[in-house]
Design a protein around this ligand. Structure first.
Ligand SMILES: CC(C)(COP(=O)(O)OP(=O)(O)OC[C@H]1O[C@@H](n2cnc3c(N)ncnc32)[C@H](O)[C@@H]1OP(=O)(O)O)[C@@H](O)C(=O)NCCC(=O)NCCS
Length: 140
């Protein structure tokens, strides 16, 4: 993205409604008729695994244009090890601003912050066309 005409900051409680609206707009009719991701985010914020330090919104000229969030989760390995990782999403960008580099900018920023907090892996289900550009690959 050539011009950095946005800011990324933590979501605040007064953003909740606008963020849920944004998520609904982003996901509406994309994967199925309608969507439920705005409800998912509404519920997940209350979950103890929700990572408040990684709950990001992207803002442009006073308007919220994107959001991303993470949950703490674990991998229970076959050898009994418990490995702390993150799951990510939903991540969404306002429909009229898709495919202009905002999503990648938000994703890369979020991942940097997650790494800085010490998380070594992020799991999610998603579109490899988008996530592949930030270095993700399919899990075996
Ligand atoms: C997915 C989403 C967050 C991507 O944000 P975006 O701002 O549109 O994406 P970007 O413009 O930053 O794209 C970054 C790269 O990913 C690719 N990409 C983006 N969306 C893609 C898609 N749906 N399919 C294939 N490739 C995609 C772009 O080609 C771009 O690569 P390029 O820079 O080499 O051209 C956004 O489109 C969105 O909100 N979609 C609906 C909700 C959704 O699907 N969320 C993800 C859940 S898995």
């Amino acid at each position: 993205m050539k011009q950095r005409n946005y800011t990324i900051r933590l979501e605040r409680e007064e953003d909740y409604r606008a963020v849920e609206h944004l998520v609904r707009e982003s996901f509406w009719n994309v994967y199925r008729p309608g969507c439920s991701e705005h409800y998912v985010i509404h519920v997940l914020r209350e979950d103890p695994a929700f990572v408040k330090e990684l709950d990001f919104v992207m803002e442009q000229e006073g308007r919220l244009i994107g959001q991303n969030m993470f949950m703490k989760t674990i991998i229970q390995a076959d050898d009994g090890r418990i490995i702390d990782v993150l799951t990510m999403g939903p991540i969404g960008i306002l429909p009229e601003l898709k495919r202009r580099g905002y999503g990648k900018a938000l994703l890369d920023y979020s991942l940097e912050k997650a790494a800085a907090l010490g998380f070594g892996a992020v799991l999610f289900e998603g579109n490899i066309g988008f996530y592949g550009k930030s270095g993700f690959d399919y899990a075996g």
